[in-house]
Ligand binder design. Sequence first.
Ligand code: F6P
Length: 281
Amino acid sequence: MQEIYNAIQTAAVKIDYAIKHEDKGYSENQNATGDTQLKLDIQCDKIVEEIFTPITRIKELASEEKEAPHPLYEAGEYLIAYDPLDGSSLADVNLSVGSIFGIYKGDYSGQNLVASAYVVYGPRVEMVTADSDGVTMYRLEPDNTFAFVQEIRLNEKGKLNAPGGTQRYWPPHHKALIESFFEEGYRLRYSGGMVPDLHQILLKGGGIFSYPATTDVPKGKLRMTFEVFPFAFIYECAGGEATDGKGRILDLVPEHIHDTTPCFFGSKEEIKKVRSAYGNR
Ligand code: F6P
C-alpha cells in the first residue's frame, strides 16, 4: 500500500501547484455525470493517471472524470477509483478543495475497499489515509515530503452540522432531523467541498455531514465509488459510521461506476439519530 500512498503524495504536490498556478477556466467537455469539466479537472486527472500508470500492482483506474475505467495491468491486485479534484469550482473563490482515492480489490463494491485516502488543499496540504492501521494524517513540508501529524479518532458525539443539498427539496423528515441538531446546539459548518467539510468534522472530533435524497436528486448527488465509499471507510476506521438512511454505506454495490447515493457520515450518536429519523432504529 505504501507504493500507492507515495504515488498519491507525488500527485498531491503537482495538483497543489496546478491549483495555484494553472488555467482555471472551463473546458468544452462534460464528465460522465454531465458536469462541465474545468481545465483543472482534466489536468489533475492526467496528473494522477501518469503517476499511477507505472505501478504494476494496479489493475485498473476509474476516475470521476472518465466515462469508463482505464485498464492498467491484468495481473495487478488493486482497482483504484479516484476523484482528482473534488469541489473544483471552489478553487475560483479560493476555498479548499481535495482529491479522493478508494483502493479496492475484486470490484468496486463498498465491502471490497481495502484502503482509502484523501488530500485536502487548503492553507496547508494534508493527506489522510485509512487502512487496517487506522486513520493517519500527514502534512506537506517545505521540502515536498509529507510528515506524520497525528492519528485521527472520532468522539462518540460531535458539535458540527454540515447539511448538503438544496433545502427547498429536502423531505420533511430530513428537514426535521437537521433542525433537531441545530436545536441541540450543533453549529453550521458547510463550505460546499466534501473533502474540507468531512476533514473538519474528523479533526474537530465529530458531527454530521449529510447529502440526502431530495426531490431534485432522488438518488443523492455524491458518487459511491469515487467519493462516498472512500469516506465511509475512513469514518468507520476512525470510529464513526456512514449510512445511506437505510443501511450501512459499505454494504452497497453500485450497478454502474458513476452511481450516486444519499449519504450521512458522522460519529456514532449522530448516525443513531439519522437512523431513527429515517425509520430504521
Ligand atoms: O461532488 C461535488 C461536491 O462539490 C462535493 O464536494 C460537495 O459536498 C457537494 O458537491 C456540494 O453540493 P451542494 O452544493 O449541492 O451542497
